[in-house]
Design a protein around this ligand. Structure first.
Ligand code: ZN
Length: 414
């Protein structure tokens, strides 16, 4: 696109003002070549020519406009773009994902992926306001590229079943046109992490509802990319207070196997923005009234405050406390939690760490104590339990952060 504009007008943009006042080569030629989004450039020029009154920002080009405004030194506009971006909803994902191919100052692709992974179950089921009565989801309106991009990520799910369901929802919402995409999409279900019964059920479902014959991958033949089990990212999180500000965070799997144990320090400079880096996790507890944001790379945390209430604690205590009733168990200073896979209810004492666990399926109750013992940093004594809850965590990323630290320092914490 070529655009002519008077020097006097263009001088009002800091970038051009600087260029013209320096009398550099480009200014003698009276021509500047810039490699930016056309639409964004057009908006800036319109804004200059209309004598700086209004500027229109839409999600379609908010990113490009930000980039360009930032480059041209139009700080006011770039700030407005960031403010506007708070209007982001799931509906905008198809616009945003392709823009993230190049990492912008605005947001990294890692942060966007982390957001998608964390909120996949909401994304795959969120209904649009307009179409609530016709039950159309944003998800069902996404183009195939968006579906493909999302389903390939290390999504936070309880089972591969959920990815399968999401794909089938998308295909069957317009099956005449979309059945042809099944070939591409069914491979994004990590079949190796489903049990035999579930996978044969799903294959039958594919055959009946879409007439599609799926050949499954097999872990023994190693003919697939199912390396990472996404459904194992739902874990127990145990946070203990050490000093006044230091915390120890432990991550355990559904069977209480310790996966991560790390001391973290408070850092109030950790930002509370909605999109955060992939090595940052938010852990909600006290029914969502308290949120702790952990930066796994720096071993730091900060408190965030939300008022969003979830059902967990009050509901759990009303529903399940009779199951956990035990003459010997004292209920003062206890925390109630359910296991990551939802099959156990656990009541744990904050001070003694005595616990009672109730298996919902077998109705079997067991008692024990979570003993804190660390040989690596024995000088620190664990004190009160701040929370014992379950959360989705990006385990791959956490492990990478922790491993890179233990490689680089000798006195690291295991
Ligand atoms: Zn596989």
């Amino acid at each position: 696109m070529e655009h002519r504009i008077s020097k006097q007008m263009i001088r009002k943009i800091p970038y051009f003002e600087k260029m013209l006042s320096h009398e550099c080569l480009e200014s003698k030629e009276n021509k500047v070549v810039l490699d930016f989004d056309e639409q964004a450039f057009k908006i800036i020029l319109d804004w200059v020519e209309r004598d700086y009154t209004i500027i229109l920002i839409e999600m379609d080009y908010a990113f490009d406009l930000y980039e360009l405004a930032d480059y041209l030194g139009l700080d006011g506009i770039s700030k407005e773009c960031i403010t506007y971006f708070h209007k982001f909803t799931i509906e905008h994902l198809p616009i945003i994902i392709p823009k993230m191919a190049k990492t912008t100052k605005f947001m990294t692709s890692g942060a966007l992926d982390a957001f998608i992974c964390r909120h996949f179950l909401d994304i795959a089921s969120s209904f649009s306001k307009v179409n609530r009565n016709t039950k159309k989801t944003f998800w069902s309106k996404f183009p195939i590229e968006t579906i493909e991009y999302i389903c390939a990520l290390d999504l936070m799910i309880n089972s591969e079943y959920q990815v399968f369901d999401a794909i089938m929802d998308w295909v069957l919402s317009d099956s005449y046109l979309r059945k042809c995409h099944l070939e591409r999409l069914w491979k994004l279900v990590r079949w190796c992490h489903l049990n035999d019964k579930d996978s044969s059920n799903l294959v039958n479902h594919l055959r009946i509802s879409a007439g599609f014959e799926a050949k499954l991958c097999s872990p023994r033949k190693a003919d697939c990319d199912c390396v990472f089990n996404r459904a194992k990212q739902n874990c127990f999180v145990m946070i203990e207070t050490l000093d006044i500000k230091d915390l120890r965070v432990k991550v355990l799997d559904n069977n209480f196997k310790l996966l991560v144990s790390q001391v973290i320090k408070e850092d109030t400079s950790i930002a509370s923005n909605f999109f955060h880096d992939e090595h940052v996790s938010d852990i909600l507890f006290d029914s969502g009234r308290r949120v702790i944001r952990i930066d796994w790379k720096q071993n730091k945390y900060n408190w965030l405050y939300y008022t969003k209430l979830t059902i967990s604690y009050e509901m759990l205590s009303r529903t399940w406390s009779y199951c956990l009733w035990d003459d010997e168990f004292r209920f003062q200073d206890t925390l109630l939690s359910s296991s990551p896979s939802g099959d156990k209810i656990i009541l744990i004492n904050k001070n003694t760490k005595d616990y009672v666990s109730f298996d919902v399926n077998t109705k079997v109750k067991s008692k024990g104590q979570m003993v804190s013992y660390s040989s690596a940093d024995g000088q620190k004594e664990s004190k009160t339990l701040l929370t014992f809850t379950s959360a989705f965590l990006p385990l791959n990323i956490i492990r990478t952060c922790l491993n890179s630290k233990s490689d680089s320092s000798e006195n690291s914490q295991a």
